[in-house]
Design a protein around this ligand. Structure first.
Ligand SMILES: [Fe+2]
Length: 382
């Protein structure tokens, strides 16, 4: 077995109403917090006031930065960083979906690292950012425990993958009750994002025993619980399991990377604002069909984790069963099924494919794709 690194310095606090722990945890990191969140949903659901109350009960000063859009931009990170520096905040509390968490991680990094966030597109962040306490309100991105953030450069139409130990949150608070309010389509898309993290990490060229263990368990949990959470948003058991499953997927991909699905999903977001989870969901079945010849043995294990009966099947048949199970799960979510349904223009496919091929995530894909092959996959799901 070759050497490997598995890194997870984050303290995980899990449970219904664990949000109440935020003030006590935060008091370890200073006196002044910047609370980074989206424009609406955390206010509507009452999550924001829960967090603010807990911080204030612990005598902490709170500056709210509620300007994070979906797919946070370079501009938002710059603005948040400027405010945080101006006000001399000690740490950051991130509340929301992947966008709020990613923006908060970007702001945290740029409060301590020199230059602009765009300088770190291809360079690992080295200087530790301001401490981040991350509280996800969706079950999908794993951003609360991962070493990556995705920031969109709207001028260049690029989703930058920025990473490093420096931006792993200090504390992740996973409170399933915050995910109850998630609408059906967001539950479906973020859940498919988590499934994609788990599957891509599992078949990644950088996978190793610990990431494989987390990835397989995540695949099992997510495939069992995502349809239930989509069908009945108030199914608290499914919500609890989804939050655990997506975290396991986060541990797996944070250490083993994602691959071709994510490489192809990012340009869809950058060019056409296709939500990240939805883009992954659309791509996952066809990319797995493409990858299948290069990872049949692993796909048999994916099939088993997804509850498929593979006894008596050959490796070839078992790997087909996995691709079929992935596609069935995708269909069950009720998400749009074609790129043309989500505003993608056919004439852009070549540009999308070029950007996808340039992404670093392609390097971890079990099968090396050519430009034509990537174009072909986009066309198949158009
Ligand atoms: Fe993702």
């Amino acid at each position: 077995m070759s050497c490997f690194i598995f890194q997870s310095p984050v303290k995980v606090i899990y449970g219904i109403d664990s949000t109440r722990a935020v003030g006590k945890e935060a008091a370890n990191y200073g006196k002044k917090a910047m609370l980074v969140t989206g424009r609406n949903s955390s206010k509507k659901t009452g999550a924001l006031s829960k967090v603010v109350d807990s911080l204030k009960e612990n005598n902490l000063e709170v500056l709210i930065f509620d300007e994070v859009e979906s797919d946070p931009s370079v501009k938002t990170v710059r603005k948040g960083t400027e405010k945080a520096k101006e006000q001399g905040v000690d740490f950051i509390v991130a509340l929301g979906g992947g966008s709020a968490l990613d923006a908060a991680k970007g702001i945290s990094a740029m409060c301590t690292n020199a230059g602009d966030i765009t300088d770190y597109e291809k360079i690992t962040l080295t200087k530790m950012g301001l401490p981040v306490i991350a509280i996800p309100t969706t079950a999908g991105t794993g951003s609360e425990i991962s070493k990556f953030t995705i920031i969109t450069d709207t001028e260049r139409k690029i989703k930058m993958l920025i990473g490093g130990e420096a931006i792993i949150p200090k504390v992740a608070i996973l409170d399933p009750s915050l995910t109850i309010m998630m609408p059906k389509n967001v539950t479906a898309a973020t859940g498919m994002d988590a499934l994609t993290h788990a599957i891509e990490a599992y078949i990644s060229r950088a996978s190793q025993p610990m990431t494989e263990m987390y990835a397989l368990k995540a695949i099992e949990i997510i495939s069992k619980n995502l349809p239930k959470a989509v069908l009945d948003g108030e199914n608290i058991e499914a919500r609890q399991n989804m939050l655990i499953g997506q975290m396991y997927a986060g541990f797996a991909f944070s250490n083993a990377s994602v691959a071709l699905v994510h490489a192809m999903a990012r340009p869809l977001g950058a060019y056409f604002d296709v939500a990240h989870g939805l883009a992954n969901a659309l791509l996952l079945p066809k990319v797995m069909e493409f990858n299948r010849p290069a990872c049949k043995e692993k796909l048999v294990k994916v099939a088993i984790a997804m509850g498929e009966k593979v006894d008596g099947l050959s490796e070839n048949e078992g790997s087909f069963a996995a691709v079929k199970a992935i596609n069935n799960l995708f269909l069950e979510t009720g998400l749009p099924k074609a790129l043309k349904e989500v505003g993608v223009l056919k004439e852009s496919i070549k540009d999308l494919a070029r950007d996808a091929l340039e992404s670093g995530s392609v390097l971890f894909n079990p099968r090396k794709p050519s430009l034509e092959e990537i174009i072909n996959i986009y066309e198949k799901i158009y």
